[in-house]
Design a protein around this ligand. Sequence first.
Ligand code: GLN
Length: 296
Amino acid sequence: MLVREALAQAMRMLVEADVPSPGLAAELLLMHTLECERGELHSNSGRELSADLALRYFDDVTERLTGKPTQYITGHQEFWGLDFEVSPAVLIPRPETELLVEIVIELARGEPCRMVDAGTGSGCIALALASELSQAAIDAVDISEEALHVARRNAMRLGLAARVRFHCGDWLEPFLRENGEESFDFVVSNPPYVSQAELHSVQREVRDFEPRIAWGGLVDAEEVYRRLFAQAQKLLKPGGFAVVEMGYSQSAAVTKLLRQGWSEISVRADLASIPRAVIARKWTTTGHDATTTSAG
Ligand code: GLN
């Protein structure tokens, strides 16, 4: 069987099973089997695929037909131009989350600062920030030891292990326990924000394969934000920033939680024009009213 025939056959199987982005899945899985880049795949499309490789490829394609995300089969996802290892213990990094990284880079302006990524999962946000901000001291927390194992591996593989300190804990508790009040310039997080009411609209790839603790549906999303903002309020220095991702319809509900103790509240949209990140600044002095602006 030729490379191009294998691709076409896989594509037919994926289309028939209604797998989203079947062409991309067929290619990514074959790139994984052949350990090559997309360009090589196409320049070698007339090459013969050995029986052994074909067997391995169609095993992977068959696994994808069950709904298992391509990234859990290949074990990789790119984020911020970096290659992250992923396993079913972590959420697969999403391109829209790069917005959080972009915002923190803009606000930090390369100056020395201390930041924490709450619910780090694969470590993608903390490590992307570490790759850009040489002056920043970066902590990352997750409640799952299994997720932290993946994050630490990623730190090592990316040569950033000395740049990020990983902690196991319930949101920002580890720092509250250590009396870390008013010691951070940034709290950044992509929390689990899919609410129970939205469970029915979640793709099976997410629902059946990604960790529910990471995407939501276990607890009330609003409760998660409330808790996170309350902890951030304690841990941030006056004038420090919370930069937090939210779901497509949550902008009003999330900003409403920022009435007390916050100022310069703004919302930024992702590339699909969906309000995706909220930025809020801890009061520098008491007595201000929360101001809301809309940017980007
Ligand atoms: N911070 C990780 C990410 O953005 C994990 C987020 C999560 O598990 N909710 O992908």
